[in-house]
Design a binder for this molecule. Sequence first.
Ligand SMILES: [Zn+2]
Ligand SMILES: [Zn+2]
Length: 267
Amino acid sequence: MEDYFQKIINFDQNLLVLSLLAIFFTLEQLINSKINFKQSAFHLVHNLLLQISYTVVNFGFAFIILTCFKWITDYHIGLFNQIPITYTFKVLVGLLCIDFTYYWSHRLYHISSLFWRFHRVHHSDIQMAADTSFRFHPFDALLDGASSITAAAIFGLDANIILFFFAIYLPILFAQHSKFVFPDWTDKILGKIIMSPNLHKVHHHQKQEYTDSNYGNIFVFWDKLFETYKILPVNEIKYGLEEFDDPKKQNAWYLIKSPFSNIKRIK
Ligand SMILES: [Zn+2]
Ligand SMILES: [Zn+2]
């Protein structure tokens, strides 16, 4: 088990992300006969620009994040550092614990008007495509980094377990945002355990009662447990946020500046 774990965390995650983008983006162009290449290229370029700025901020704070992880390990901070359990158990339960923490931080991004200003950039997309997985405000990197450190500090997890979480989550993230409408059985079978692509698409519906639902990243349990689980047929979903519907508000520069403008949420 530890061998598989090492192989997975040793795999370059930048390469994994680029491979997933290349696979999903190519399949979307090939399978969708009504594709508008100019529109797809615009969408890709602007979401890539957002991802580049997100990555730059992430690198800028990498030292702080790594120092926090070192403290957590060196000073045996967190629940699993206090009880005698095997590393394999820690990795497996750690996945659930990280997802649980991200569920609550994601709810916080929606509840807090300050955090929503940054997180709404992800929700502003008027279409779902592989590169929507890249559409995050650069300062979201700070919120995401703080969520990872919080999970690690509460449960006593090391950086490798967080890396393992992302190795599992990234393919799910790209599937969740892809143009493809997955068959119903994916919800009936996979949707009992994971946040299936159709379920995550409900989270991108313009109507706030649906935007504020299905917060889970990998697992669906938390939404069911805390009553934020909602289902809706994909063909009834209108993506984006009404206040960002204007095509002029869909470019990277506008989106990067948008948290600093008072944009009223249309419910
Ligand atoms: Zn959200
Ligand atoms: Zn999303």
